[in-house]
Write a protein that binds this ligand. Structure first.
Ligand SMILES: C[S@@+](CC[C@H](N)C(=O)[O-])C[C@H]1O[C@@H](n2cnc3c(N)ncnc32)[C@H](O)[C@@H]1O
Length: 272
């Protein structure tokens, strides 16, 4: 199959430039992951300590960390998403540092008790080498005993999709106009292919629920099998990796992949 996949370098920024103005309205309350990530930090990071957040986006989760008393260094490739994060997190002052950078070539000169990559951020690493570089960079930024926690929903969990349906994901209100917005997605997994393509239809609705404006965003994801993912993490130096099938800590069911809601991975630095 000949599909013209974009690379993370040339397209990811564009994707999130389209999303940035409406991202929080759509996703602020749609994900159910914030309690998990805050509790994970409370279990692993000393009070007032620093967390490294990769793909920090608009600071959706970051704000919860800062409110819980942690410091955060947040990294993202999208200038538009970071601009939103800067506005949102300004009241927290120097407890939050935002870095316009790429997790594949991170060199912050600082080590952390915990690094996180929430909401499928690792799926944007499209080639094995992108993952190798990113995982090695994260590993190098962990203090002894540190842990890297990420979640993802690869095709082996989500199930193959033929791209024939438009599924309602979430709704919100445009903060600029008050108009109702909704996100519908159309996912295509080429059978056995390492990448999935998702078209996201962001619709602004008028008072009669008719579409008054539509933005279509093309997002490409990498589907890495579990064994391959674990091998890439081991290759980057990680030790034990605990994999759960949801944010409640249910062990991942390898026999029935589709019964898992999500892949949630706790990757230990390798010295504990
Ligand atoms: C799905 S969003 C998640 C944003 C935020 N963590 C959240 O949970 O709301 C993924 C984010 O990862 C960023 N991103 C993608 N590839 C990246 C890379 N190689 N390095 C750093 N950030 C990246 C995108 O710009 C985007 O803001």
């Amino acid at each position: 199959m000949n599909l013209d996949w974009p690379s993370p370098d040339d397209r990811i920024g564009d994707v999130y430039a389209s999303y940035a103005p409406i991202y929080d309205a759509l996703f602020e309350h749609a994900l159910g992951d914030t309690d998990f990530y805050v509790r994970a930090a409370q279990a692993r990071v000393p009070a007032g300590g620093s967390i490294l957040e990769l793909g920090v986006g608009t600071g959706r989760l970051t704000e919860h960390y800062l409110r819980a008393g942690f410091r955060v260094v947040g990294v993202d490739t999208s200038a538009d998403m970071l601009e939103r994060a800067r506005e949102r997190l300004a009241p927290h002052g120097e407890r939050c540092r935002l870095v316009h950078g790429d997790m594949r070539s991170l060199a912050l000169g600082e080590r952390f008790a915990m690094a996180v990559a929430p909401f499928g951020t690792v799926a944007h690493l499209l080639a094995d080498d992108d993952r190798r570089r990113a995982f090695a960079a994260v590993h190098a930024h962990l203090a002894p005993g540190g842990v890297f926690v990420f979640d993802d929903c690869p095709a082996w969990i989500a199930g193959a999709a033929g791209g024939t349906t438009l599924d309602l994901r979430c709704t919100g209100r445009d903060p600029a106009t008050g108009a109702r917005v909704r996100l519908q997605t159309n996912l295509f997994d080429a059978a056995g292919a390492p990448l999935s393509v998702r078209y996201d239809f962001i619709d602004w609705l008028d008072a009669d629920d008719r579409v008054s404006r539509r933005v279509v965003v093309r997002v490409v994801f990498r589907n890495v099998g579990l064994d391959e993912e674990l091998a890439l993490l081991a290759g980057a130096g990680f030790g034990r990796v605990d994999v759960h099938g949801d944010f409640a800590g249910t062990p991942l069911d390898r026999e029935r992949p589709a019964s898992n809601g999500r892949l949630v991975a706790w990757c230990h630095r390798g010295d504990d």
